[in-house]
Each structure stands twice: as structure tokens, then as C-alpha cells.
Design a protein around this ligand. Structure first.
Ligand SMILES: [Zn+2]
Length: 389
């Protein structure tokens, strides 16, 4: 099949077109001509509508183009239909893809760095380069040169020729396909065989912004924002920084220093709080132990704000503490020196099983969760377990 049914090549700006259904397979529709670009070259497949039914993806399918509709549809072969593109989606990827040409062209001509692979994601345009030492300064230079070429309003044009003819040109990358070759030319910026969709003029890209580097295998992957998303990114960070400045009553220049001081103070306060909580826990427990005046103690500490991890007892007693949280019971068992030889597994069977207790620990303290039930039986069992010996 020739390329004549690929209307997106004839006019990439066409947003609506009448066509006829030539085939239907399950959720895939095939048309005699289409404005829907199928996924390829790092660019996602188009979305939109066919007679109002949502096209969620477009994919190449053995020389044909499949439009995916994931809802029940009332269409049959031979029907005349109206196709409508999700133009916002398509146009943003046309800009992103053309920006990728500019960036890869600059990497090639000004830095002698080859592009290995590209991905046009919903967040970033990522370009994997055959280099793992490309500096940040150079990334910013690439950004600046790209933006200069956007301002220069360079035309994007196409040349169709045989593979032999194309191979005579100084293309950025060798040709991987056979047949008629479509060469994309951006004046003084890029010359390469490409089957993707591009904007007519670089000014449509508006701007590119370098956002960072990721390491991938033995290469670098450079991340960029393109067009409106670059502007949104700058505005997003600007508003975050201004909010932080207000919160800290600081100027931008001192914001990092302020934040470091804040974190440091916060750590100090947390340390003091932890120490106070420990002190409080042990004061409360020592008073419970004193009041109880027994060697084996079973006590509800639900009314006290005590964290088990703050408990640091040093008494020769067997103590069972619990805290009720709705239907859940959190338990803590402490065994002083005289109880060192008791087998916790046995205690688990005879006492903790009554509250479906789970958990563990090591001498002298054990803790876990259970269910709030049978608490009186559990108390009897615990007191009995130690008092009878
Ligand atoms: Zn292209």
C-alpha cells in the first residue's frame, strides 16, 4: 500500500477529515485515509474521535493503521465517517518532536555528540546521548542555541528522494529504511531522514528548557521541557520558591541557608521532644509500679500518652502493659532479671493467645498487637503465670 492514505503527511495541520471504513477487527478501525499518526520514532500515537467514538491510540499494523476504540461502537465497513484529532495532544508532540531535531542537530554539529534514542514523554522530552561526561554548562549551551534557533524562525522543509540520493547528503544519521526517503531539513540546524510529524517553523516551539540529566547504562539522558510546558515549569518553581520565601520570611538569596537552619533546629527540637517523652514514660511507669507494689503487674496505660519505644525500665518485676485503640490492643511485656529464664513462647501460648496477640522481642521487653477482648482472662492468666511459680 502506498503512503497516499497517510493524510497526516500531506497536511500535518489537518484536524478533521471525512473518510471511509475499509476494515474493522475487534476494537480496531481501518480507514481509506487518515489524519491519525501512529506511534513511532519516540512519538505517541494520535488520539481523537471517529464519528464521536473516542480513539484512545493509533498504531501501525502490517502496513496499515489501526485506530483503537475501547467503547462499544455502531460502525461497519463501508461507513462514511468524520475523524477529529485531539489537536492539543498532537500539536504538543509535533512541537516536542521538532525541538528534538533542533537539540539533536546542535549536539551533533556543535558538540560532536550522537543521539542514541529519544522519548517524547508526557513530562519530558528525553534524549539519550552517546556520552557520559557531557557537562551541565554544555547542556545550558545546547538550551541557549536551541532557543536562538527558535527565535530565528527557521522553516522546516521536506525532500523526497531515493536512498542512493539521500546517502549522498550530509545526514546526521545513516538511513535505516529502504524505498523512498523523506528527508527533513531545518535550515542550519538539522538534516535527517525522518518519518515523524513536525511544525512548519521553529518559532512554533516557543522555547526549550534543560531540566536535568539521568544516567542510563553507559550514557546520559538529557531531559527537556518544550513550549508551554517549559513556561509552566518555570512558573511552577517560581511560585514554590516565593511561597517558601514567605514561610521563612526570607529573601531568595538566603532561602537555602534559612532552610538548612530550619532543618537543623527541627532535628534539635525532635531530639529534645524524644528525650522528654522518654522521661515522661518512665516517670509514669515508675509511679504505676510504686502504687501497685506487686512483683507482677498488669496495667492499662490507655490514658497516658506513652510510646512503647520510649520505655526504659530497670526493675525486677514482670509487667504487662496495654493500650486500647478501638478494637485493637497494643501490648508490652517487660521481664526483670528474676524472670529471665521464663520461656516467652510458652507465655505467648498461655497468655497472649487470649487476646490473639502477635509480635515478639527479646529479653527484657516484648511487644505487639492483639484484639481488645478477654482482657480480664488475660490479666488472670498473666498474674497466675508468674505468681504460681
Ligand atoms: Zn522528525
Amino acid at each position: 500500500m502506498s503512503n497516499s492514505f497517510k493524510e497526516y503527511y500531506i497536511d500535518p495541520y489537518k484536524k478533521e477529515l471525512k473518510a471511509q471504513i475499509v476494515d474493522i477487527k475487534e476494537n480496531k478501525i481501518y480507514l481509506d485515509k487518515t489524519i491519525f499518526y501512529p506511534e513511532g520514532g519516540g512519538q505517541p500515537g494520535d488520539r481523537g474521535y471517529i464519528n464521536g467514538y473516542k480513539v484512545v491510540d493509533t498504531q501501525k499494523d502490517n502496513g496499515k493503521i489501526a485506530h483503537f476504540i475501547n467503547e462499544p461502537f455502531d460502525l461497519k465497513i463501508g461507513d462514511s465517517v468524520i475523524q477529529k484529532l485531539d489537536w492539543t495532544h498532537r500539536y504538543s508532540y509535533m512541537k516536542m518532536h521538532t525541538a528534538q531535531h533542533l537539540i539533536s542537530g546542535i549536539l551533533h554539529s556543535s558538540f560532536n555528540v550522537a543521539t542514541v534514542s529519544v522519548h517524547q514523554g508526557s513530562q519530558y522530552l528525553s534524549i539519550e546521548i552517546a556520552d557520559n561526561s557531557f557537562s551541565k554548562e554544555n547542556c545550558y549551551k545546547v538550551e541557549d542555541i536551541s532557543n536562538d534557533k527558535i527565535i530565528e524562525s527557521l522553516d522546516v522543509s521536506y525532500l523526497e528522494m531515493s536512498k542512493e540520493e539521500a546517502q549522498k547528503l550530509d545526514l546526521r544519521r545513516s538511513i535505516k529504511v529502504d524505498g523512498l526517503i523523506r528527508v527533513v531539513k531545518i535550515n542550519n540546524a538539522d538534516l535527517i531522514a525522518c518519518g515523524g510529524l513536525h511544525v512548519k517553523n521553529t518559532s512554533e516551539i516557543k522555547r526549550v528548557m534543560f531540566c536535568g540529566v539521568e544516567k542510563i547504562r553507559k550514557h546520559f539522558r538529557l531531559l527537556f521541557k518544550v513550549g508551554e510546558s517549559a513556561i509552566e515549569e518555570v512558573r511552577k518553581y517560581d511560585s514554590i520558591i516565593k511561597e517558601l520565601c514567605t514561610l521563612h520570611s526570607a529573601k531568595v538569596e538566603t532561602l537555602v541557608e534559612c532552610e538548612k537552619n530550619y532543618i537543623e533546629k527541627n532535628l534539635e527540637v525532635e531530639k529534645q521532644l524524644r528525650s522528654l517523652k522518654k522521661e515522661n514514660a518512665n516517670l509514669v511507669l515508675n509511679s504505676i509500679i510504686k502504687e501497685n507494689n506487686q512483683n507482677v503487674i498488669f496495667s492499662d496505660i490507655s490514658d497516658y500518652n506513652i510510646d512503647f519505644k520510649d520505655i526504659d525500665l530497670n526493675v525486677d518485676k514482670a509487667i504487662f502493659l496495654y493500650r486500647r485503640e478501638d478494637e485493637i490492643l497494643k501490648w508490652y511485656v517487660y521481664l526483670g532479671n528474676s524472670y529471665k529464664n521464663y520461656d516467652f513462647k510458652d507465655l505467648r501460648v498461655k497468655v497472649l493467645s487470649l487476646i490473639e496477640g502477635k509480635g515478639g522481642g527479646k529479653f527484657p521487653s516484648f511487644q505487639g498487637k492483639g484484639v481488645y477482648k478477654n482482657i480480664e482472662n488475660c490479666e488472670k492468666a498473666f498474674l497466675g503465670y508468674f505468681n504460681e511459680r
